[in-house]
Design a protein around this ligand. Structure first.
Ligand code: SAH
Length: 476
């Protein structure tokens, strides 16, 4: 077998990125866009020792798990890797992905995994409250916006996406019309010239408030009034801003945001708690499923009102404020200063007083807190914490620590401090079950045991899955 050969395959499995896997003469082939159960003809593109990659040419017998994908661009766009798969099978795929990572990376025993069936969603399209459209030029040199084609930086022009809200399209049409009329140039990655890089749109599903933040390679935009008069035609418009990003890298948002119109933030409500969200702050993209996720976190934290809790990687304080309602005191830590500003404000608007928030890396702040606390000091940002009826020393040995890190997981330095703080329970919320498994392996080698595992589908049509896990100290 060699490159360009045509092969017939039955797809028996799917890889972590959603590609179908079929075998021929002991060789596994990854075939993008083929799903479990398909019989296909594919063309060999690349051969490695024991596996290869092949391009789907024809589906000779479609799988019974296939369903009609809504989006005509799902094959070109990198966003929805498993849209043609029935939702039931998508959930099975995600459940298996969690299990495989816990077994292969975490070293846990498959038959003893305390895992519950994944929590699926009722709404599997138009669930996202956030969209980030890259802006560029089309072949005719006209401004266009859309999504990056899978594994590339070329833009597929699409202003509507079935995962996002329908208002995205109206916003993008107005911005592109303004760019065309006033010859505002899109940013060109190759030369580093041009102005408009990305458009961030966020929507409060409960509040019906709409936010637009335009990421630019400059300090200001020309014809600002004209743009504002177009965007403010949308009745839900609440906040319009620019984010300044002159860096020549592929980070989307700049560090600085300037408000052009309306409020600095939008609001939304989850589980009866109101949150204000500013452009640079993280907020879960699927608010309906997020509520179910946070309920699981609460269930696993099992609070009675007397506990001290840390919420690491707390963003705008969403989980912290949920926890604070049933805990004695909660400490939140987050790296993005604007998110902590939101978090403090969120505590205030909800009348929640038993929380303290710290800005910084969790792997710096928590060890620093711990070191200085055992030496009887305070930490820089809240020197007066010690005065709060000995609360400070309780933070040293909390009952529960919640972590919700980004995809790369927690640094070992942080895990070491967590182990020293010896909380009874650790609730780990993860958007990447591979790094989750790695970190659990470490914690479970240091006195903890895996008690509960629950997948929650926050990202329907994609290969991504959220996992929440409870681990408990063995000696409790
Ligand atoms: N728990 C929050 C946010 C989770 S997303 C929620 O449910 O909304 C992860 C968060 O970790 C983001 O807000 C990100 O800005 C933050 N973050 C990333 N690296 C960090 C680090 N090293 N230390 C602390 N926070 C970090």
């Amino acid at each position: 077998m060699q490159k360009d050969d045509q092969i017939e395959l039955t797809i028996e499995d799917m890889g972590i990125d959603g590609a179908g896997i079929g075998k021929i003469d002991g060789m596994a082939f990854f075939v993008k866009d083929a799903v479990i159960g398909d019989k296909v003809i594919a063309k060999v593109m690349k051969m490695k020792k024991t596996y290869g990659y092949a391009r789907l040419l024809e589906i000779t017998e479609p799988s019974s798990y296939r369903t009609e994908p809504k989006c005509p661009l799902h094959r070109q766009c990198g966003g929805c890797q498993i849209q043609p798969l029935s939702y039931e099978k998508q959930l099975a795929f995600k459940q298996q992905k969690i299990v495989n990572n816990l077994v292969r990376i975490g070293g846990f025993c498959e038959t003893k995994l305390p895992i519950q069936p994944i929590i699926g969603a009722q709404t599997t399209y138009r669930y996202r409250n956030k969209a980030q459209f890259p802006v560029g030029c089309d072949k005719q040199g006209q401004p266009t916006a859309g999504f990056y084609a899978a594994r590339t930086h070329s833009i597929i022009p699409v202003q509507d996406c079935y995962l996002g809200i329908s208002q995205n399209q109206e916003v993008m049409q107005k911005i592109l019309a303004w760019m065309k009329q006033y010859q505002v140039r899109p940013y060109d990655e190759k030369s580093g010239t041009g102005l408009v890089r990305h458009v961030l749109i966020r929507y409060g599903f409960c509040s019906k408030q709409l936010m637009v933040c335009i990421v630019i390679n400059g300090d200001s935009i020309p014809y600002e009034e004209q743009l504002l008069s177009l965007l403010t035609q949308l009745p839900e418009m609440t906040s319009i801003s620019i984010s300044i990003n002159r860096q020549r890298n592929n980070v989307i948002m700049g560090h600085e945001v300037k408000k052009l119109w309306g409020k600095d933030y939008i609001e939304d409500t989850i589980g009866g708690i109101r949150f204000q969200i500013s452009p640079l702050s993280f907020y879960q993209v699927n608010p309906v499923q997020t509520e179910l996720l946070y309920q699981k976190v609460m269930e696993y934290a099992n609070l009675t009102g007397t506990e001290t809790v840390w919420d690491l990687y707390c963003g705008i304080g969403t989980i912290s404020l949920f926890l604070a309602q049933s805990a004695k005191r909660v400490y939140g830590v987050e790296i993005v200063p604007q998110a902590i500003a939101d978090a403090k404000q969120n505590a205030k608007i909800n009348g929640i007083q038993n929380v303290d928030f710290f800005v910084g890396k969790a792997e710096d702040i928590v060890p620093q807190f711990y070191e200085q606390a055992i030496r009887g000091g305070g930490i820089k940002q809240e020197q007066d914490l010690q005065k709060k009826d000995g609360e400070f020393s309780k933070g040293l040995h909390p009952h529960v620590i919640v972590v919700d890190p980004p995809r790369k997981g927690c640094e070992e330095k942080l895990l070491d401090t967590i182990i020293q703080m010896h909380p009874e329970r650790i609730v780990y919320v993860s958007c990447d079950s591979a790094t989750l498994a790695r970190d659990l392996k470490y914690l479970c080698a240091h006195g903890y045991e895996l008690t509960k595992v629950q997948g929650v589908d926050l990202f329907c049509q994609t290969v991504h899955v959220e996992t929440v896990v409870l681990i408990q100290r063995k000696d409790t």
